[in-house]
Write a protein that binds this ligand. Structure first.
Ligand code: THU
Length: 161
């Protein structure tokens, strides 16, 4: 028997003013567009803003549905748009913010499991890590160097060979 350890390091920042300029701009944009989410059922507005390797900035928000499982998270809404609009362009950084209209929005949340799987697929497809900036409307911020760090032992295309 052998035990293996999985660990990763991520950064935390107390406030958006502590981020580098480009990262701060991306997060501020994400915070600003949470209001564009369509989240009448959960009142949990999520936004994702991608900075692409070609410099383009593209945004997405969660889109809910009265038939709840039909709804889609902000991250996957954005990835679907990117896969169509810029199919071969890598994502350098994605800022993800949320505004909980029923509660507080002052600590980071991480992408859900399904979005982690989608992010890891995108990293593989573009052969490029996606940096994640995670935060609410204010307060602490997490920066994760690559999305696949959030999905250890992930299932991927190689497993289908
Ligand atoms: N949601 C996201 O958009 N991204 C996540 O990573 C977590 C959850 C959305 C889905 C749903 O519309 C609402 O937040 C509440 O779960």
């Amino acid at each position: 028997m052998e035990k293996k350890v999985y660990q990763f390091t991520f950064e935390t920042y107390p406030s958006v003013t502590d981020l580098a300029e480009g990262d701060a701009a991306l997060l501020l944009k994400a915070r600003e567009i949470t209001k564009l989410a369509y989240a009448p059922y959960s009142n949990f507005q999520v936004s994702a803003v991608a900075k692409l390797a070609n410099g383009e900035i593209v945004t997405g928000t969660n889109q809910e549905n009265a038939s709840y499982p039909v709804g889609i998270c902000a991250e996957r809404a954005l990835l679907s748009a990117l896969g169509t609009l810029f199919p071969n362009v890598a994502i350098d950084t994605m800022a993800i913010a949320y505004h909980n209209l029923n509660g507080e929005s002052n600590k980071p949340v991480s992408p859900c499991g399904m979005c982690r799987q989608a992010l890891v697929e995108y990293e593989g497809r573009t052969k490029h890590p996606i940096r994640l900036i995670l935060s609410g409307m204010d307060g602490n911020i997490f920066v994760v160097e690559q999305a696949n760090q959030l999905l250890p032992l992930s299932f991927g295309g190689d497993d289908l060979k």
